[in-house]
Ligand binder design. Sequence first.
Ligand code: NAD
Length: 477
Amino acid sequence: MSKHHNYIAGEWTSSDEYQQNINPSNLSDVVGEYARADAAAAQRAVDAAAEAFAAWQHAGIQQRADILDKVGSAIIARKEELGRLLSREEGKTLAEGIGEANRAGQIFKFFAGEALRIQGEKLASVRPGIEIELTREPIGVVGIITPWNFPIAIPAWKIAPALAFGNCVVFKPADLVPGCGWAIAELLHEAGIPKGVFNLVMGRGSVVGQAMIRSPHVQAITFTGSVDTGRSIAVQCAQAGKKVQLEMGGKNPLVVLDDADLKVAVNCAIQGAFYSTGQRCTASSRLIVTEGIHDAFVAAMKEAMAKLVVGDALQPATQIGPAVDASQLEQDLRYTQIAGEEGAEIIGGQPVERDTKGYFLEPALFVGTHNGMRINREEIFGPSASVIQVKDYDEALTVANDTEFGLCSGICTQSLKYASHFKRNAQAGMVMVNLPTAGVDYHVPFGGRKGSSYGPREQGRYAAEFYTSVKTAYVAP
Ligand code: NAD
């Protein structure tokens, strides 16, 4: 069994403890053993990053661009292998895993370009003869903490901009899925990243994550994960005066109006709710359907769900892989039980057995629900969605916005009037018209409102807001 070490100050560094990375489609398949670092290792990584920053912040943009471009090309060239690793450790289908790996490569290449396009502004002063220059400078050491559900894309969309804008990085992947994060570290090493500029420290959030957050040498924390963890990190960062960016949960609505193309609406709902086993912050978990199309929509959903193939993520026919681990499976089944107790009609949602022992379950549709139910307030993070019947568009919009979250809102309609109104009035960071709520491009901002996000947007040109600090210089002749 190969042991995967931490990457600190340009060296592969062994650890006292290692943990097994287990394939959720086949519990007898061990993907590898990965270091479980202690706080001292995290501190060494932070120190290495702080030391490297002095040189890296002034390294030419060509060097940064070249390294990021090399990593991007290498990921794309190896997307089948990396996608397979991803599917093996996280349980996404192979097609989804390869797609995510490819996207990670594209993100690195996008930020290779951004390194060359760092912009400033020149303005006249209100005092004659003086000129003002606005420039963007790196922040310093950025601590990156990522969740398990996008093991390669989320690390990519944090690491690539951090490095592109001249910061040094200490990266802690989710302890459940360290394999893809480790692969990124290997590719950065091979691409010639200078010693200490990028460090990988694997292990528990409460140990490694906390050591990063507490270190005075870390100037910024970017976090994606659950709401409770995110909020506590925000409090710590505020107290310590660190810059912080959080991407957290969702309870995303997909509105289906009477005039929707039924095929499009069902496709959006099936993909948005159930693909990636529903383990996406952008998953459509509330299907808000007007009364004229409700019965036809539910009937078509039942028919489509009956055809979905649940199974081993690596099998080509599989459309829905397993839950990521035992506790996520248990949570999914618990919410199905709650749905029953709250009076919903339940379609599917049962655990299923396959040739190998894994965390398999059927997608679940909860019909006859209302927006006050727990299943419609709390993030489940499994392959389940509720149908909420409403009278008309106005009620649909009210229900869609009646949530503590605001990541992505979708609508299926053929009416320009309603689509335009929804785009303007949905309280969400992202809006989809006749598209699934999950599934975004890599070159435009990603993020939400209300309880879903905190701090500047990620991705696209807007990433510069978080990863740089603006300087205003006044120059007299
Ligand atoms: P989580 O909050 O349990 O863990 C996220 C990361 O934080 C992990 O690396 C974990 O080790 C670390 N962590 C845990 N406790 C910590 C602590 N006390 N201090 C520092 N770090 C700590 O979340 P998860 O279960 O890995 O991911 C699922 C959640 O992520 C869901 O709620 C989902 O909605 C959310 N998510 C959000 C987005 C988004 O962009 N909005 C994207 C993907 C996932």
